[in-house]
Design a protein around this ligand. Sequence first.
Ligand code: MHO
Length: 236
Amino acid sequence: MVATEHAHDQAGRLENIPQQPLHQIDTPFEKATFGMGCFWGCDSLFGATKGVLRTRVGYAGGSTESPAYKKMGDHTEVIEIDYDPQTISYNDLLDLFWNNHEYGLTTRMKRQYMSLILYHNEQQRQIAEASRAEEQVKRAPEQIITEIAPAGPFYPAENYHQKYRLQGHTDLAKGIGLTPDLLHTSHVAARLNGYLIGVSGLKQFEDEADLLGLSKDQVQYVREYVIQNEGGGIFC
Ligand code: MHO
C-alpha cells in the first residue's frame, strides 16, 4: 500500500493506522537521481513530496574513488529518490527539479553544486532530454547548463548530511527511533525532514499525519513547524 493512500471503513474512519513510526514501506519503486545544488535542501523538498518513499543524499557523477564531503573529487552532491511511479511520474519529479535549483540553472557552478540529471534507464533518458529541451525554450535566451548522464555508482554521504533538517530536532529524531541506518531508509524520516521546513504545506500534512505512526504530541510538534514555515521554500 502506498503511504499516502489508505482504506476507510464504512463509518469513514481510517484503517491500518500504524502504531509505530512508519519507517519501512514495501511499495514497488523506481529511482531518480538529481544534482541541484546543496543536497540538504532537495532532501527536504523531495522527502515530503507525494509518491516519494525514501531519499538519501550522496556523491555521484564523477570518477574519483571513495568520495567524501571533504574530498569530493569530480563528484556532485546528489539526491537519490525512491518513488512510486503509480503516484508520481518522472516528469513530475523533473518539474520539481527545474523549479528548485538553489543556484539557478544558468550559472556555472563548481562540480560539487552542478545541475545534473543521472538517468537509470533509457526511458528516463528520453524523458529527461525532452524535458530539458522544453525548459530551454521557456528560459531562452538564457542557456541551461544542466547535464544529463547515465547513473553510475552512488556514494552515500556521511550520516550527518542525511535528513539534515530533521536531525536538528534532536528530541523528535530520538522519539521516532531514528538510527544511523534509518537515516538512509526511513519513510517517516524523509517526510518529517521536509514538513519541518514547511514543504508540501499544512493540508497535505494533515491528510497524512495519521498514517505516519506518530504520537499526538509529535504530530502537534511538527504541525507547528509546518504552519510557521509553509511557503518559505528550501534552503541550505
Ligand atoms: N553552505 C553549506 C553547504 C553545505 S552542503 C551540504 C554549509 O554550511 O557548509 O554543501
